[in-house]
Design a protein around this ligand. Structure first.
Ligand code: DGL
Length: 263
């Protein structure tokens, strides 16, 4: 799986917990993050480069695009291009949000790229044309996570400002449509109040992946077993391992460096 940086580690955590017997390679494109404000074509070209590297180097059996921005820009393209199943984070989160809402009034927050792409309203509309979706970009959230600042006054003030339209929309369910955002869940929950259910696209993707591996007969044949976990970064690998182990947990001991062709 891959993400622009540390956000996809929320998907990796859920996947390791749910599928402890599977081997996992995670690539964080920290040298080129954030993806959120980049043009779609640029994100698409990074996604293709990373996907081809993972396929060639590690002979992967399944690819998870653990980044909403990259999924919005590149999922269909990757599904057409690669000779293996590819899953994004958008549809699993949408399905879980629809299952959670009682009022039919929901919101999704994400990067400027994800929200601007219209991928979420489109995905909601495909399953339930009557759903009322407020989509709101939260520029700045990702940068707090990448610096390891997941709580505190500054991020709290930013959250109050960015989430004001969501509070005003009186939704009962809020989908965290960026894999970085579960690290800010406490701050987001404080602003939204206890009555709003938060859905993590990261957790839902891990559940969908587990179902898909089972359905396609792709689960590792030797069960139970302890899967191997490997972490790769296009930026400083030591810095990646340091913050990454804090965010993911003990499975992230060290990281290996990967040099992308395009900067
Ligand atoms: N984690 C990525 C996502 O889910 C976005 C991070 C970024 O802007 O680079 O959209």
């Amino acid at each position: 799986m891959f993400d622009s940086g540390f956000g996809g580690l929320t998907v990796a955590r859920a996947t390791i917990d749910l599928l402890p017997g599977e081997d996992l390679v995670y690539l964080g494109d920290t040298a080129r993050y954030p993806y959120g404000a980049k043009p779609q074509e640029e994100v698409l070209s990074h996604a293709v480069e990373i996907a081809e590297f993972l396929v060639q180097e590690f002979d992967i059996k399944y690819l998870v695009v653990a980044c909403n921005t990259a999924a919005a820009a590149a999922l269909t393209h990757l599904q057409d291009l690669l000779p293996l199943p590819v899953m994004g984070v958008i549809e699993p989160g949408v399905r879980a949000t629809l299952a959670a809402t009682e009022t039919g009034r929901v919101a999704v927050i994400g990067t400027v790229g994800t929200i601007g792409s219209g991928a979420y309203p489109e995905a909601f509309g495909k399953i339930d044309a009557m759903i009322d979706v407020t989509a709101c970009a939260c520029p700045g959230f990702v940068e707090f996570v990448e610096r390891g600042n997941t709580e505190g006054q500054q991020v709290g003030i930013l959250a109050e400002r960015l989430l004001a339209p969501v509070v005003e929309a009186h939704v009962d369910t809020l989908l965290l449509g960026c894999t970085h955002y579960p690290y800010l869940a406490r701050t987001i929950a404080q602003v939204m109040g206890q009555s709003v259910v938060l859905v993590s696209s990261a957790d839902e993707t891990a559940f969908a992946l587990a179902d898909d591996l089972e359905r396609l007969g792709l689960k590792h044949p030797d069960q139970p077993r302890a899967g191997a976990h490997r972490f790769i970064s296009s930026g400083d690998e030591r810095a990646f391992a340091q913050l990454g182990s804090r965010l993911l947990g003990p499975e992230l001991v060290d990281a290996q460096r990967w040099e992308p062709n395009v900067s």
